[in-house]
Ligand binder design. Sequence first.
Ligand code: ZN
Length: 256
Amino acid sequence: MKNNRHVLAIMAHPDDIEFHCAGTLARLKQLGHEIHLASVTSGDCGSVEQGSQAVARTRVREGAASAKILGATFDSLGERDLLVCYNRSALQKVVEVIRRYDPWLVITHSPECYMLDHEETAKLVRGACFGAGIPNFETAAADPARPASGVPHLYYADAMEHKNLFGERIVPQFYVDITRVMPVKTRMLKCHASQRAWLLKHHHMDEYVRKMQELSAERGREIGVRYAECYRQHLGHGYPQDNALGQLLDGVVVSR
Ligand SMILES: [Zn+2]
């Protein structure tokens, strides 16, 4: 698919994009791309104090505030935390959001990550990128968008802590230097104020923001820069084969 300057990042929960790919999105924004963010769930389990509906409202607001920093759109697809599944209705929702923005480039979770919501989202986005251009695939939207104009370039971001469920390190296809846009990525993550409090209680992970910076710094050290994010491209049959994202952002490949 040709560069139409629309980029869509779809991840499972409202703050996942800020952890895994917001630096890359900030760089694409600087190059003149329109950025679109989508969260499959509303983050309804992300609190030990508020009920699910109240916390979902808070988190959608936080996601929208973060998106605003990039001048981006923000969509919550309304699935429930811990219940993201590759099924008919979820796939229809992801197809609909892809059709609405018709992005030439899509970023989602690593297919291997610590949480099943993340892995199922990776599958949903993979399926939806393929299906969005197929006119006979119908969604349940009241006012359905037109079929997408082609299969977008699909990229998988890094896994949380750079490892799969066996603790094995994810080997990136390429790295993106995000050093200069780290202040933007940090500001975006800080919009998710409710999560800092929640993670402290549930994971004993204090310093929410510092953790994100540490993870970006760890990848940065692997290529000799201060901060980096990394990617693997979906290269199965039918998907674009050229590394458009790597070419646009001078992606660094490390030979091993
Ligand atoms: Zn998540």
